[in-house]
Design a protein around this ligand. Structure first.
Ligand code: ZN
Length: 372
């Protein structure tokens, strides 16, 4: 899974996307060299970098608080939130299911911007008290955070799904039409539209005003455009596949490779005979790992005879296998996240089946053909 696990709060895993390290540096850099030298009092040199780091950390804490507010209300509505992913310009609370009603959706969505406005007010009041000025330039930091949190709240209210404003729009459409899927489609289109708008504005800013900040806007627009379509597809999938378990769809019996087999045997008896991209590996009766064609190809041919499969396989410890009672949508998401086409189904340590993306897609196709 992409992302570094930062911490757990109330059972929710907080993941940081690798892109965040870059963004963090960009924020610190632009604060230290562009923003703080222009503020009153002006701050320059190493102290500006120090304040930049402090301000960037507080900004990221603000984004986290925003996401946590969504997560808390989702959990209160009975929706599991396994993780919060923080990336490019904000965060995403990954909810295990869709909200049960438009009212629930509005509550969960509105919590974020309201929290950001609250945080902005907090920093604003802090600035007014004069307390931050105890350290040189401290006031500039709280000033900046008040402004950026206000902006964060406003930006998230833009009516494009999956932004918070887009979710509120979806809830409104949903309550009017009584159809979540059609509401998501419209809100998603509006999300693409807002995304294009941001890209356009960013381009103008970049070309006409020669302002590098335009790049941010282009990136955010791109992301939004992409996420808007993905949200609708996810929902289509969830609708078509809900209620199906891995057990119903998995292939049986499974062809497993013994972990002591040589790569020569792996090629001759498995990959040549059953054209698949990967096979589960068993040690005795137990699930030991997965071995792929790529892994086989990475070993020079003259070493195949004396190299056992277990030396090149991905060990079971670094694979999260599926359980027979997992639902198919979660299983598919796990395959997408792990960038794998097939995952073993394991119960009590034994491989009892295998699920491929193709199996899931086939069911999806049949379901949507019959549905339409
Ligand atoms: Zn939000």
């Amino acid at each position: 899974m992409r992302g570094y696990s930062l911490m757990r709060i109330a059972g929710i895993r907080v993941l940081i996307d690798p892109s965040w390290l870059f963004i963090f540096f960009m924020v610190v850099w632009s604060l230290a060299t562009g923003y703080f030298p222009e503020t009153e009092p002006p701050v320059r040199g190493p102290w500006a970098w120090t304040l930049g780091v402090v301000a960037a950390l507080l900004l990221f804490a603000s984004v986290l608080v925003h996401e946590l507010s969504h997560a808390v209300l989702a959990k209160r509505a009975g929706i599991a939130v396994p993780r919060i992913r923080l990336f490019l310009f904000g965060g995403v609370s990954e909810m295990a299911s869709e909200p049960q009603s438009p009212a629930v959706e509005v509550r969960i969505a509105a919590a974020g911007p309201l929290t950001s406005f609250g945080v902005a007010a907090l920093f604003f009041v802090l600035t007014l008290t004069g307390l931050p000025s105890i350290v040189y330039g401290g006031r500039n930091v709280t000033d900046y955070l008040a402004g950026i949190n206000l902006l964060l709240g406003l930006f998230n209210l833009l009516p494009g799904f999956p932004l918070d404003g887009g979710r509120i729009l979806r809830a409104w459409l949903w309550s009017r039409r009584g159809d979540l899927l059609s509401a998501t489609r419209t809100a998603g289109r509006s999300g693409s539209f807002v995304g294009f708008g941001l890209m356009g504005l960013g381009l103008v800013q970049l070309v006409a005003a020669r302002n590098l900040a335009g790049i941010w806007m282009i990136l955010i627009g791109l992301f939004l455009h992409q996420a808007a379509g993905a949200g609708y597809e996810t929902l289509l999938f969830r609708e078509a596949l809900s209620g199906f378990s891995v057990r119903q769809l998995m292939s049986q019996p499974v062809i497993t490779v013994p972990d002591h087999a040589s790569l020569e045997e792996l090629a001759q008896d498995y990959f040549f005979r059953h054209p698949r991209g990967s096979f589960p590996v068993a040690s005795g009766n137990l699930f030991a790992g997965m071995v792929s064609l790529e892994q086989l190809k990475s070993v020079p041919r003259d070493e195949w005879v004396r190299t056992p499969v277990r030396r090149i396989m991905t060990p079971a410890a670094s694979i999260t296998p599926l359980g027979p009672d997992d639902d198919v949508v979660t299983a598919l998401e796990a395959m997408v996240r792990g960038d794998t086409g097939r995952l073993p189904v394991v119960a009590g340590g034994r491989i009892i089946g295998i699920l491929s993306r193709r199996d899931v897609m086939r069911l999806f196709k049949i379901r949507s053909d019959l549905g339409s």
